[in-house]
Design a protein around this ligand. Structure first.
Ligand code: HEC
Length: 155
């Protein structure tokens, strides 16, 4: 490779690097209670992933679903307290109705809590099909029900 080609290649790499890194840096870092609730929500997602893996990949472990469901249930109970008034700094994906419709937000958290309890009960019953149905309902009406109104869309 001649020197000019080398320079062009290096410049091209530099440009790629330069575009890749700021894309990450542009995303403001979550601070304060926003960091707490985003980490808790991520844990919710991981618990849901574990439940799905148990039910679809290794149903013999159905006895462990209850643990994950109870963690989700408790997180739902704590959710309203993780959204104090004014905690809408840019890193947050929470939408204004979280605060303007606080009663609706609390009701959505309670609904998710209730559905997580039903999932734990279904798992205790030991029937993978009924447990999968309760899991799907929690995802759609519990997590999804709240996100639809109270969280910015992914795109
Ligand atoms: C009562 C409302 C509510 C319920 C119930 C709820 N969420 Fe959330 N979730 C939110 C809000 C609001 C945000 C945005 C928080 C922020 O960015 O400040 C969020 C964010 C998230 C995120 C993104 C976290 C991040 O890194 O930014 C994930 C993942 C998530 N939720 C998963 C779940 C799962 C899984 C469930 C159900 C087991 C669930 N959520 C139930 C309201 C809810």
């Amino acid at each position: 490779m001649g020197r000019t080609h080398f320079m062009i290649a290096a410049a091209a790499l530099g440009v790629l690097g330069a575009t890749a890194v700021p894309a990450q840096d542009d995303k403001p870092k979550a601070t304060g209670v926003v960091a707490v609730r985003q980490a808790t929500m991520k844990a919710n997602g991981d618990h849901m992933g574990a439940i799905k893996a148990i039910l679809t990949e290794s149903p013999d472990l159905i006895g462990q679903v209850e643990f994950h469901a109870e963690a989700i249930k408790e997180a739902a109970e704590y959710t309203p307290a993780m959204f104090p008034a004014g905690s809408d700094q840019p890193a947050s994906w929470a939408l204004p109705p979280v605060w303007s419709d606080a009663a609706g937000f609390k009701a959505a958290a309670e609904k998710s809590e209730d559905l997580a309890g039903k999932l734990a009960d279904a798992a205790k019953g030991g029937d993978p099909k009924a447990t999968l149905a309760a899991f799907a309902t929690l995802g759609k009406e519990g997590c999804g029900g709240c996100h639809q109104t109270f969280r910015k869309k992914d795109s």
